[in-house]
Design a protein. Structure first.
Length: 213
């Protein structure tokens, strides 16, 4: 059975997501981070790599330098990713309420990538407690969906939040590493754990990690 976490830290290992199709895809608006050759850029998922959304199709944005605007306020990812150099992100959206984002980081060494991967995992495992402390009207529950055996490892999590006035959202997060590269996949929509496409998201994560190089 998956473990429910409310305001406490998960002890189990966990991981994030990444995806790719037959090969990495790059948007027309790619903006490289300073000092990184094009051959060092991580591969990114395409829209078709995301879990299918009944009633709508996915649209991918441009691959853009940086970890994305607003990440600094994210209580699951902000502490580890805010201001990270040699990073890129890509946003995905549907016509409905579902959206996603992938972040890719080219670290300076394998040890630096391993450290970042571990930090992201720890931050995700403890973010439910930070959410509740910051907003007592929000209840946050984390589930650990386990490690995926791909490259140097990947881990998948689910996070459900519900406010005192009834707003409910489900989020799937994964983090993975291949050598000096780390990727995070972040998927979300309105709903609860029953609405989360965990099996499909794990496949997306495997694609993301496999496509980093």
């Amino acid at each position: 059975m998956p473990k429910h976490i409310r305001g406490v830290t998960l002890i189990m290992l966990t991981g994030l997501t990444a995806f790719t199709g037959a090969g990495p895809s790059f948007g027309a608006g790619f903006a490289p981070s300073a000092g990184v050759a094009s051959s060092q850029r991580p591969g990114f998922l395409s829209a078709s790599d995301l879990p299918p959304r009944p009633g709508s199709s996915w649209t991918s944005g441009k691959i853009t330098a940086g970890t994305s605007t607003g990440v600094e306020t994210d209580r699951c990812l902000g502490m580890a990713l805010d201001g990270v150099s040699n990073s890129w992100h890509r946003d995905f959206r549907t016509d409905l309420d579902t959206s996603a984002r992938q972040v890719g980081v080219q670290s300076s060494s394998a040890s630096a990538a391993k450290s970042l991967y571990s930090r992201i995992n720890q931050d995700i495992k403890s973010c439910a407690g930070r959410i509740e402390r910051a907003d007592p009207q929000t209840e946050a529950t984390l589930r650990d969906y386990g490690r995926l055996d791909v490259e140097e490892g990947s881990h998948v999590y689910g996070l459900h939040t519900e406010t005192s006035w009834g707003a409910t959202d489900i989020r799937l997060l994964s983090v993975g590493r291949d050598g000096t590269r780390v990727t995070v996949v972040d998927w979300g929509q309105m709903g609860g754990f029953a609405d989360a496409p965990v099996k499909a998201f794990k496949k997306t994560t495997v694609k993301a990690v496999d496509g980093l190089r």
